[in-house]
Design a protein around this ligand. Structure first.
Ligand code: 4AD
Ligand code: MG
Length: 417
């Protein structure tokens, strides 16, 4: 018999074949002469129906158990599924006591409930759909950049800089008997990265177009539904960029291209969210979030670019618009309905004298001599942005809480598993 994934079996292409399918039981029903059960192996939202003679029943064949079934794929007499598997042999690989199993057959468990079970929630339809969509969206974003001539850079997780200057750093220190308390492993204070931007700026000086897509860390003491301590960020940096328009075009293009691919390739998974997951209450958002949501609403509940933020509100790298007396920077945020800020970006200050003055003003002139070098050796106007990947998923799927779009959420007072 040929081993098939459930998604392959369900195409119907193998009708008549002798096949083997492995997966987890999603429902079981016994009748006088037959038992019916559904097997899911994560390859699709849909499960494969298995039909077996009553004599093949096994007390261990329960909701949640792992099974291996061999038999013949038949065209199904029912409209709902194209094929079913007529079992010749059933092997329960791993039993699952239905009394202890925290999910119950035919029940729809809330996202809040399954969040308490980070080691098991991937067994539910909703969360497995979410993770398939997340995987497809990841691939779509990498494709976008590859198709547009960007070089992917693995920016470091451990760094000695605080790119955003917001003081939300996690410190990295060795722990173990070989290291004394007063000894610094890297000889300088080291932190988990809050953004790969500065490393991308280095690389944009050689490759023109670069991006990174990896975990970033912020010690936000926030229990909000859109902040995590560990989240994934998509960051791009583009040389020879002279206006925010060039930047917003890439942001918009990437968003569209990734979303179109996800909607086209994950039809059933996305549909599950659009049917069942409705944004809930919004209590507990901070004022900033409220402002952002007001703006989005004011513009007709569509994505909105907000540009030219006040100079004093943006980090040292943002390009000075030199527009006294208002005094703004060439920074841009993309705000989206229901979430608020999805992307933050800016042109970077490439003028050596202005950058030096700014670093001095914020007391950082000693830390960034290498960053100033980039302005000394072949500097060009450049800019970039960062997109919060979990917020992106919330946005396209309508998921209220950011903890429900990442496999293992980390936030203050919670680091399960
Ligand atoms: O706006 P931020 O702080 O921008 C930067 O870090 C820039 N250095 C990026 C760049 O230009 N290369 O963060 C970018 C995005 C935000 O718009 C938001 O979507 C997301 O990252 N984000 C978070 N997502 C989840 N949890 C958090 N704690 C987040 N903080 C920021
Ligand atoms: Mg921001």
């Amino acid at each position: 018999s040929t081993k098939l994934r459930v998604s392959e079996a369900l195409t119907g292409a193998e009708v008549g074949a002798d096949v083997k399918v492995q997966g987890w039981v999603r429902s079981v029903r016994s009748q006088k002469n037959n038992i019916f059960f559904h097997v899911n192996d994560g390859s699709s939202l849909k499960s494969l129906q298995v039909v077996a003679g009553a004599e093949m029943n096994d007390p261990l064949l329960t909701f949640g158990s792992a099974v291996e079934v061999t038999g013949i794929l038949k065209k199904s007499p029912h409209q709902k599924q194209p094929v079913e598997l007529e079992a010749e042999q059933i092997r329960v690989v791993g039993g699952c006591n239905p009394v202890d199993f925290p999910f119950k057959i035919k029940e729809r468990h809330s996202l809040e409930y399954i969040r308490q079970l980070p080691h098991l929630r991937c067994r539910t339809n909703a969360f497995s759909s979410l993770l398939r969509i997340r995987s497809e969206a990841t691939a779509a974003i990498h494709s976008y950049f590859k198709d547009h001539g960007f070089v992917q850079i693995h920016t470091p997780i451990i760094t000695s800089n605080d790119c955003e200057g917001a003081g939300e750093l996690f410190k990295v220190e060795p722990s173990g008997p070989d290291f004394g308390d007063d000894e610094e492993f890297f000889s300088v204070p080291a932190f988990l990265t809050v953004s790969g931007q500065l490393h991308l700026e280095v690389m944009s000086g050689a490759f023109s177009r670069v991006y990174t897509f990896g975990p970033t860390f912020r010690a936000e003491n926030s229990q909000s539904r859109r902040h995590l301590a560990e989240f994934f960020m998509v960051e791009a940096e583009i040389s020879f960029t002279e206006s925010l328009k060039d930047l917003t075009k890439v942001m918009e293009d990437m968003f569209r291209s990734a979303t179109e691919r996800v909607l086209a390739r994950c039809v059933e998974d996305v549909d599950l969210f659009h049917r069942h997951v409705t944004p809930g209450h919004r209590w507990g958002c901070d004022l900033m979030t409220e402002h952002e949501k007001h703006l989005v609403k004011h513009c007709g509940n569509v994505p909105v670019f907000v540009t030219d933020y006040p100079y004093d509100l943006k980090p040292f790298y943002a390009r000075d618009n030199q527009d006294q007396p208002r005094h703004t920077t060439a920074a841009v945020d993309l705000l989206v309905p229901g979430i608020g800020e999805l992307c933050g970006g800016s042109l970077r200050e490439e003028r050596l004298d202005l950058l030096m003055a700014r670093l001095k003003q914020v007391g950082l002139e000693d830390n960034y001599s290498w960053y100033l070098d980039l302005r000394r050796f072949g500097a060009v106007p450049h800019g970039g942005f960062g997109l919060g990947f979990e917020r992106y998923l919330q946005c396209i799927l309508g998921v209220d809480n950011i903890k429900d779009v990442i496999p293992f959420p980390r936030f203050s007072h919670s680091c399960l598993l």
